[in-house]
Design a protein around this ligand. Structure first.
Ligand code: TYM
Length: 335
């Protein structure tokens, strides 16, 4: 029975089209692990409130649901839901606020970055790690598959669980991040971490033209700033001379075996045009089936909404059970 399986939870914000960094760093693991774990995959819409218009938030939530189904997430196996269908998250976040200090939250990367950029952070940015802790702890997650950039958030969840348990008695499991080293930080077309905010992404469901454009834009200059610290870190780990152009290779290895690629890159030294053509071909072969699957699923949006509603009900049942325990422990009445 699924009860004996370890529990997995992860989430993705509905911020628009996912890129291959989201897919390889996290979403692929959701599908690969759906038989092994009792899985919960959440569309984190509370986490992106206020960053986009209400209409965009609604449509992006539907779109990211379609994306997950297109990569093979099976809603029969996975509790696939919208965070906002489980309002208990906000209740638990308030309770967690009572065990978290301000200086502790001031150490969070996202908050520090905002302050460093001279922004006046809003409360939802400041309290982001608290809400994310509720996502993970509400369902007793053992493992949390994520990319490297979310590691600190999982550590916050562990710390908050520990603090709560120390104060009120054993209630929450301590989760572990599950980060695949080879794709922990997928580089973008400019060699920095692939991220929408850096404008360097390759969309997971890109069409042929977008793939060609993205590959053309991959920076190939050697010895310039394009060879980012990310690429150099990877290079340092290799004992022999690293295939060049570094950034092209680092992206290409996501789509073809490294050994084969190393000889291809040696044979075609300096022939960047040919190497880029090969990468374009490999990417098209990889992306096209996903895109076709997505087009088919997108034809029936009411079926997708039904899946989310159903997942939300299953998630909420678990959350309500957990909140009974939490309410009892902290001294609140049961409904
Ligand atoms: P989000 O929506 O920014 O990203 C979704 C997932 O994609 C991973 N990722 C990457 N992995 C490798 N290389 C990259 N370039 C890259 N860019 C993004 C992210 O690490 C993430 O795993 N806070 C989360 C969403 C969230 C969540 C949760 C995750 C909310 N509640 C509970 C886990 C558990 C976020 O903003 O991810």
């Amino acid at each position: 029975m699924s009860d004996e399986k370890k529990i997995l939870l992860s989430g993705v914000k509905p911020t628009g089209r996912p890129h291959i960094g989201n897919y390889l760093g996290a979403m692929k693991q959701f599908v690969d692990l759906q038989d092994k774990y009792a899985s919960h995959i959440m569309i984190a819409d509370f986490h992106d409130l206020g960053s986009q218009t209400p209409d965009d938030l609604r449509s992006n939530t539907l779109e990211i649901a379609i994306d997950h189904l297109a990569i093979g997430l099976d809603p029969e196996k996975v509790v696939f839901f919208r965070q906002s269908d489980v309002p208990e998250h906000t209740e638990l976040a308030w309770i967690f606020n009572g065990v978290v200090t301000v200086p502790y939250l001031q150490r969070a990367h996202a908050y520090k970055d905002a302050v460093a950029k001279g922004k006046e952070p809003i409360m939802t940015l400041f309290a982001y790690p608290v809400l994310m802790a509720t996502d993970i702890l509400m369902y007793d997650a053992d493992v949390v598959p994520v990319g490297q950039d979310q590691k600190q958030h999982v550590e916050y969840a562990r710390d908050i669980a520990q603090k709560f348990n120390n104060t009120y008695g054993d209630t929450f499991k301590l989760p572990e991040p599950l980060i695949l080293e080879s794709v922990a930080t997928v580089p973008g077309t400019d060699g920095q971490k692939m991220s929408k905010s850096y404008n360097n992404t390759i969309p997971l469901f890109a069409n042929d033209e977008e793939i060609e454009k993205a590959v053309m834009s991959i920076v190939t200059d050697s010895g310039t700033e394009a060879e980012s610290s990310l690429a150099m870190k990877y290079v340092e780990r290799q004992s022999q001379e690293f295939p060049r152009p570094v950034n092209l290779f680092l992206i290409h290895r996501l789509f073809r075996g490294e050994n084969e690629l190393v000889s291809l890159y040696k044979e075609n030294r300096k022939n960047y045009k040919k190497l880029k053509e090969m990468l374009t071909g490999d990417m098209k072969a990889f992306i096209t089936p996903f895109r076709e699957r997505r087009e088919a699923i997108a034809k029936d949006t009411s079926a997708v909404l039904h899946i989310l509603k159903n997942g939300g009900e299953r998630a909420r049942e678990k959350a309500q059970l957990k909140m009974r325990d939490v309410r009892t422990k902290v001294g609140l009445p049961l409904h």
